[in-house]
Design a protein. Sequence first.
Length: 321
Amino acid sequence: MNSPETVRLERIVPPESAGRRLDQALAELFPEFSRSRLQAWIRSGLALVDGATNKRPRDPVQGGECIQLQPIYEISGAPKAQEIPLTIAHEDPDLLVINKPAGLVVHPGAGNRDHTLVNALLHHFPELSGIPRAGLVHRLDKDTTGLLLVARRLSTHKALVAQLAEREIHRQYAAIVVGRIIAGGSVDAPIGRHSKNRTHMAVAQRGRAAVTHYRVQQHFPAHTLLSLALESGRTHQIRVHMSHLGHPLLGDPTYGRRLHIPPGASAGLEQALRTFHRQALHACALEFEHPGNGKTLRIEAPLPADMRMLLEVLGEANKKV
């Protein structure tokens, strides 16, 4: 069993909560935790009421009591906290926005039990163990960089998941694709599991509805920089849709095509293309209504260094055309 981190949270029961069950009062005081988890902590003596531990979840409160909560953030079988650096693009009491680097898996899974973003979040923000998926509202592929939204309270998580389902969280991406796309457009094509390779996704007639909008940002001799927006959030959606369009993401090891070196490419461009071993995709902006204050919040993240360097080399090729 993993050893728990010792964190003590303290709140005062407000007068208006008088007569409520203890677990109900705690659910209002600590909305970042589920009521079932709070009940378990009360029974385990981890919730002190004016210093006493002999309370039951159904016991009423009078108002004015001092609650000291000592959550256990790690249990056997749960992801463990690991000291992994995080780049935080935004932080407030309700939520976080993380700027994820390439190579970092988001959720633990088969073959990736630890050293994931979830493990990092549990180290830096141990209270997230009380929220589904450590507060993560959506996800990015391992080698896609950019912004991820994390809720710090259970109520915030529920509100943001609802916004995502209603397509009220606007996600903007930057991608470098193979080939020259003349003008912007949309791909409206359902996505489902590949009929032969179950680890891959594909445009499939019986798949789930998926729409990707794209705009041209810059042309290069044999590549295009795009800005993309999603109406849905299917697994590998941008990668699958761009491949379906005939313009796969540069460097995509799954949905791309064999490396093509443009005729007349400089040694620098050839080297840059040969050494770029991930999909050139970056989640560059998030815009949504903040559940805490109702205001529109927009967070942006600049392109990562590897994509900036690649664009510089592609730009040099443009000058020679």
